[in-house]
Write a protein that binds this ligand. Structure first.
Ligand code: NI
Length: 169
């Protein structure tokens, strides 16, 4: 099932999520639906709040279907270490047409559970590191436009308000 993606302006995107406690068929189905929704929207990551579900759950595939080993289901993820810095352009399915340079850790290690509840760790560099941090931010209710300067953010928020007024948001 393809969900509608929630856009900036909906308070669910700025609220910290609840941990996942049930590792059942319902969770497996939700994860399947998140993959379907993410690929349909041409994204490389999707967090549960972006489909209106305030749970600590995200999916990431920076290879966009190229590499099955690059697909990560992260349940209750937590960043346990970071290293270095990188600055690069970022976008978000919940902020269509909006892009900005964001500085993040060059490398990060995340501890999470898989869809069955088994704990694992993943270390990402460059794009994967950026993706993991972006998606985990979603689970903490933080959007990438709140990781840039207030001046740049105000410009983007003005652009969003224009799109909202035009009924294009
Ligand atoms: Ni996003």
């Amino acid at each position: 099932m393809i969900y509608k993606i929630v856009k900036y302006g909906d308070p669910i995107l700025e609220k910290p999520t609840e941990p996942v406690t049930e590792f059942d068929d319902k969770l497996a189905k939700l994860v399947d639906d998140m993959w379907e929704t993410m690929y349909e929207a041409h994204g490389v990551g999707l967090a549960a709040p972006q489909i209106g579900i305030s749970k600590r759950l995200t999916v990431v595939d920076c290879s966009f279907k190229e590499d099955p080993k690059a697909k990560y289901v992260l349940v209750n993820p937590k960043i346990i270490s970071t290293e270095g810095k990188q600055t690069g352009s970022e976008g978000c399915l919940s902020l269509p047409e909006i892009r900005a340079d964001v500085t993040r850790a060059m490398k990060c290690t995340v501890r999470a559970q898989d869809v069955k509840g088994k704990t694992f760790e993943v270390t990402g560099e460059e794009l994967l590191s950026r993706c993991l941090q972006h998606e985990i931010d979603h689970l903490d209710g933080k959007l990438f436009i709140f990781r840039i300067s207030a001046l740049k953010r105000d410009l983007l928020l003005r652009k969003i308000r224009k799109l909202q007024k035009a009924g294009e948001w």
